[in-house]
Structures are given as C-alpha cells and as structure tokens.
Write a protein that binds this ligand. Structure first.
Ligand SMILES: NC(=O)c1ccc[n+]([C@@H]2O[C@H](COP(=O)([O-])OP(=O)(O)OC[C@H]3O[C@@H](n4cnc5c(N)ncnc54)[C@H](OP(=O)(O)O)[C@@H]3O)[C@@H](O)[C@H]2O)c1
Length: 271
C-alpha cells in the first residue's frame, strides 16, 4: 500500500474550500506545511481563510473563485494552476451539496447542477491532476463521498447515488494505482457539523442527530490516507451502519431511510 508523501512545501488543490469540511482540510493541511489552491464560489471566505493560514503557518495560497458547474470551469482551473507554475501533489474534492425532499417538490434543474458538481466536476478534476502524479509516482486524491454512498436513501435518492458513484470511482482508482506511489481515497462522513443540511433544505436536521465536527472528520481522513487505505468512515457508529446495510435486505435498508428523511408536514388543525 502506498503512503502519502510528506506534505511540507508541496501544493494541494481543495474544492469546496470556503466552508465546512473543505475549509477544515485547508486548516489541517496548511498546519502540515502544505501550500494550497482554494476553489469555491465565495471569494471573501477564502480570502480570510488564506490570511488565517498565512498568519498561523506561513503557507502560500492561490484563490480561484469559481462555480464548478459552469462551462469550462475545469479548464480554467487547469490553466490557472499551470500559469502559476505549481505542481499539484494532492487534490481534495470536497465541493458538493445534497437535496432532501419529495419528487413533486424537487427542482430538476437543481438536481442536474448537483450531479454536475458531485460527479462531473469531481471526475474531471481527478482525471486532470492524476496523470502528472502517476508520472512522478507521488501524490494523492481524496474524494469526499458520504455515509449515504453505501445504500439508497429515500427522499435523497440522487444525492446518495451520486455519492455511491464517488465511492466506487475512488475505490476503483485506488486499486488501479496500488502499485504506484499515488493514493486515491474516498472519505465517507456521517452527519457532520457544517452548512450541508441547511443547503440541502433540511434545516434543523443536524441538531436532531448525533454528529461529528469537521475537525474530527478531517483528522481521521488525513491519518487514514497516510496509511494508503481506499476509504474511510469516521466514527465507529457510522462504520457499524455500513456493516449493517450489508446484512439487511435491500428493501429493509431503503425503507429504514424513509424514517429519517421523510419531510415533516405541518399537522392539520381541526376547525
Ligand atoms: N456535512 C455532512 O453531514 C456531510 C456528510 C457526508 C458528506 N458530506 C459531503 O461533504 C462535502 C462538503 O460539504 P460540507 O459538509 O462541508 O458542506 P458545506 O459547508 O455546505 O460546504 C460545501 C462546499 O462546496 C462548495 N460548493 C457548493 N456548490 C459549489 C459550486 N457550484 N462550485 C464550487 N463550489 C461549490 C461550497 O462553496 P461556495 O458556496 O462558496 O461555492 C462549500 O465550500 C460535500 O461533498 C458533501 O456532500 C457532508
């Protein structure tokens, strides 16, 4: 199994770096001396993060404010990195969002945007940065999947399926590259304390369930990637769930998910 090479004075790209898990990756990787290209849409948040990283760790940052679902966004990132003369040793694909809700209330355009981000952009960036890593026999790609990658999830069907793609894609690449110095790993977090559920239209959901901090999730991810593993599920309860879904019948597993994600309707009041 390949181990991730030292990160000091190397460059990484992080998508979804303006908040949540992506921003936490920036903090922990910069603490290990890594210089970073931060990618997301909210430039101001990335600017203040960049100042924080420089002040605390003296590392360098490039900021690319970009909508990853926009036409040519991947080519633009590629040429910005090339112009800067940077060699990328780590790609963290954290940009992503989910959608919770019933089909009749779901905006199909937003579903397409989600698939473009969660699947297409992640795949295109991986295929762009991996070949140079393979040639140097050094580097890593860390794709953020989800606990939802292990099963179909009612009321979140397209999101869970997009994360199943991320997990399978990453595991396949991990196997292909197992005799090289390049590691590809999927991170499969359970409920994590970020803006994710507000963005997904499930405000309040986070507060009702046990969750982990981005700090815990990212620390576990970096340590596990350093061991050369193909995927990681932070938190033993979450890991246990991934084992249980293998034992249960497929009908039982998906039916259970309805209990968690069924949108709450306001109770009818008697007149
Ligand atoms: N939090 C959880 O419970 C949880 C659980 C499992 C998996 N995940 C996964 O973890 C990853 C990170 O999510 P998070 O929890 O950290 O939520 P978050 O705080 O909402 O972060 C999402 C990130 O994605 C970026 N993003 C969204 N749309 C984008 C677009 N069109 N172009 C470029 N960047 C875009 C956002 O930046 P801008 O808005 O600035 O563009 C933000 O930085 C996602 O892939 C998510 O599916 C989260």
């Amino acid at each position: 199994m390949p181990r991730l090479a030292s990160m000091t004075d190397r460059w990484g790209v992080i998508t979804g770096a303006s908040s949540g898990i992506g921003a936490e990756f920036a903090r922990q990787l910069a603490a290990r001396g890594m210089h970073l290209v931060l990618v997301a849409r909210r430039e101001e948040l990335m600017r203040s993060l960049s100042e924080e990283l420089h002040r605390l760790h003296g590392t360098r940052t490039e900021i690319i404010a970009m909508d990853l679902t926009a036409e040519n966004s991947i080519q633009q990132i590629a040429s910005r990195v090339e112009q800067a003369g940077i060699e990328i040793d780590l790609l963290v694909n954290s940009a992503g969002f989910g959608m919770v809700g019933e089909i009749l209330e779901t905006d199909s355009n937003r579903i397409r945007q989600m698939l473009r981000l969660n699947i297409e952009a992640l795949t295109a960036l991986t295929y762009h940065f991996l070949p140079a890593m393979i040639q140097r026999n050094r580097g890593g790609v860390l794709n953020v999947a989800s606990l939802a990658a292990f099963q179909p999830v009612a009321y979140m069907g397209a999101y869970a399926a997009s994360k199943a793609y991320v997990l399978h894609f990453s595991e396949a690449l991990h196997a292909e590259l197992s005799e090289t110095g390049v590691v590809v790993m999927a991170l499969c977090p359970g409920v994590t304390q970020t803006d994710f559920f507000d963005v997904a239209g499930a405000t309040g959901w986070l507060q009702k369930h046990s969750s982990q901090t981005p700090e815990e999730v990212v620390r576990k991810a970096i340590v596990t990637m350093d061991k050369g593993r193909q995927y990681v599920v932070p938190g033993w309860r979450n890991y246990l769930l991934t084992c249980l879904v293998r034992i249960g019948t497929r009908w039982r597993v998906v039916n259970e998910s309805k209990r968690f994600f069924r949108p709450r309707r306001p109770k009818k009041t008697e007149k």
